[in-house]
Each structure stands twice: as structure tokens, then as C-alpha cells.
Design a protein around this ligand. Structure first.
Ligand code: SAM
Length: 271
């Protein structure tokens, strides 16, 4: 397929995408942007790239659809088991002790960049299993991909998608239906799926655990720092941040403390 975008058009789109959501396109991933925009032009029937640019600038809904189309939504249940071992063996015991000492019994979690929901459902199953009976939790799961959020909200996953779910969890938290598995209502009720662009203030406060894994990788450093600093402000004292195993806050000069546990590394807000 011939390149759709001229150099000037590529700059136009990559600048507006960066400004809108922090995702950074470089010359190496230019072909992805090219092919996704190619599809949008075909689907909308807009004749030229310049016309499509004018459309997204004047039409907020099309801007959202375009941003959705350029995201990468790869995810799976229990992705990076070491993080969930850290949650189970370190983070939750710490939080439960801390909360008990303050007479509190709720754990607030945010799965930021949750894609199609496998990450927040994994967290929800684990919390259901390990939290003491007098504790409750709530999970906010957000993304800029409306298509992905709808999958999470429906809670239906094809057979191949649930391969990483332990058999006993599958029985307990899912119902077998034609072609796949449906998440049971009890588990679904613990998660609130919400459209949110990490460029903006989330409005969430007092978060005890934030998962933002395999999202920052698409941002450049200033955009990463801006997001991470917002997390810091949204989080409670003595709270924990998980980022992807190939991501790091090293050299970013944030207020988070690096924490190495027996299972995986993560970050803590101490003050
Ligand atoms: C590769 S998925 C990661 C999903 C999950 N966290 C995991 O690790 O399996 C990255 C997600 O980040 C979302 N994303 C990218 N930029 C975003 C932004 N500015 N605001 C919110 N979500 C964003 C994408 O739509 C995509 O669903």
C-alpha cells in the first residue's frame, strides 16, 4: 500500500494526536498511523487527508473515533502474573493493616488504560479472593478507546481470551455461554467503566492502588511525567502504582518511591 500521508500531513496528525492524548508517533511507527487513517477515510467516505483533518478539528465525536482507531489495545487476563503476586502478597496485606489502623475498610483501585477489561476483572477476582470479609473495594476502569470500553462493559470473552484464567476462577466468576464466557454480575458490579483521557484530570481522589500498565510506553517523556504527576495527586497517602514491566519512572524526577518486592517492582506514594 502506498503511503497515504505526505510529510506535512504526517506532522499535522502526529501533532494533533500528541496534543489531544499524549500518544507519540515517530518515523518508526508512521506506517501504523498511515494505515489506521487510511481505514478511517475509507469508512467515513471523506475524500482527502486534509478534509479528514478538518473534520476531526471541527467534530469532537470524530476526534474520539480517530483517537480510538490509533490506539493499541492488546491485553489479557493475568498479564504479568508477578504484578498480581505483588498485589496479593505485598500490596493488599500492607493496605489492609494500614487501613485497619485508621478504622477504614474500603480499597479504591484505578485501572488506567484498561483496554477491553481483562486487567480490572483480574484485579477484581483477586480482591474478591483475598480481602478480609469486612473489607470492600471499588475499581474504576478507564480508557480512551470507546470500542474497548464497550467490550469490558459487556463482560463477554471468547473461549481463547480466557485461557489465562485459572479453572477455579473461571467456574466461580464466569458463566459458560455460546462461544465464550460471560463475567458474572457480582464481579461486574465491582467495576465502573468510564471514558477518560489521561491528558485530563480524572476527578478521582484517594486512590489506594493504580494500575497503568503498557500505556505510558506510547507517550514521550514529558507526557509520561505529566500523567504520573497527576496520578500522584490522585492517590492516597501510602498507596501503590503499578506500571508495565518494560516501563520505568527512572530519571523522571517524580515523588514516587521505587519499591522492590520479592515478586515485582512497583512505586509507592509515602507521604
Ligand atoms: C496496550 S493497552 C494496555 C491494557 C492493559 N493496561 C494491560 O496492560 O494489559 C493500552 C491502552 O491504553 C489506552 N490509552 C492510550 N492512550 C490513552 C490516553 N491518553 N488516555 C487513556 N487511555 C489511553 C489505549 O486505548 C489502550 O487500550
Amino acid at each position: 500500500m502506498a503511503d497515504l500521508l505526505s510529510d506535512e500531513e504526517f506532522d499535522l496528525f502526529r501533532n494533533v494526536i500528541y496534543k489531544e492524548c499524549g500518544i507519540s508517533f515517530s518515523d518508526t511507527n508512521r506506517s501504523i498511523l498511515d494505515s489506521r487513517l487510511h481505514e478511517r477515510l475509507r469508512d467515513t467516505g471523506v475524500p482527502t487527508v486534509k478534509d479528514y483533518y478538518n473534520k476531526i478539528i471541527s467534530d469532537g465525536e470524530e476526534m474520539k473515533i480517530m483517537l480510538d482507531s490509533i490506539t493499541t489495545n492488546l491485553t489479557r487476563f493475568f498479564r504479568n502474573q508477578a504484578h498480581f503476586d505483588t498485589l496479593t502478597n505485598y500490596v493488599i496485606p500492607e493496605l489492609v493493616n494500614y487501613k485497619k489502623s485508621r478504622g477504614e475498610t474500603t480499597i479504591n483501585v484505578w485501572s488506567a488504560g484498561c483496554s477491553t477489561g481483562e486487567e480490572p476483572y483480574t484485579i477484581a477476582m483477586i480482591l474478591k479472593e483475598i480481602l478480609p470479609p469486612d473489607f470492600s473495594f471499588q475499581i474504576t476502569a478507564s480508557d480512551i478507546s470507546l470500542k474497548s470500553l464497550m467490550v469490558g462493559q459487556k463482560g463477554f470473552y471468547a473461549d481463547a481470551k480466557v485461557e489465562g484464567v485459572p479453572a477455579d476462577y473461571l467456574t466461580k466468576y464466569f458463566t459458560k455461554v455460546d462461544g465464550g464466557y460471560q463475567v458474572k454480575k457480582d464481579l461486574m458490579d465491582t467495576i465502573r467503566f468510564d471514558y477518560h483521557n489521561l491528558k485530563n484530570d480524572s476527578g478521582l481522589r484517594n486512590l489506594d492502588v493504580v494500575f497503568c500498565r503498557n500505556v505510558l510506553i506510547y507517550f514521550d517523556e514529558p507526557a509520561q511525567r505529566a500523567v504520573v504527576n497527576k496520578f500522584y495527586d490522585d492517590m492516597a497517602k501510602n498507596s501503590f502504582l503499578f506500571i508495565g514491566h518494560s516501563e520505568s519512572l527512572f530519571g523522571m524526577n517524580t515523588k514516587f518511591e521505587f519499591l522492590k518486592t520479592d515478586w515485582a517492582c512497583l512505586y509507592q506514594k509515602n507521604e
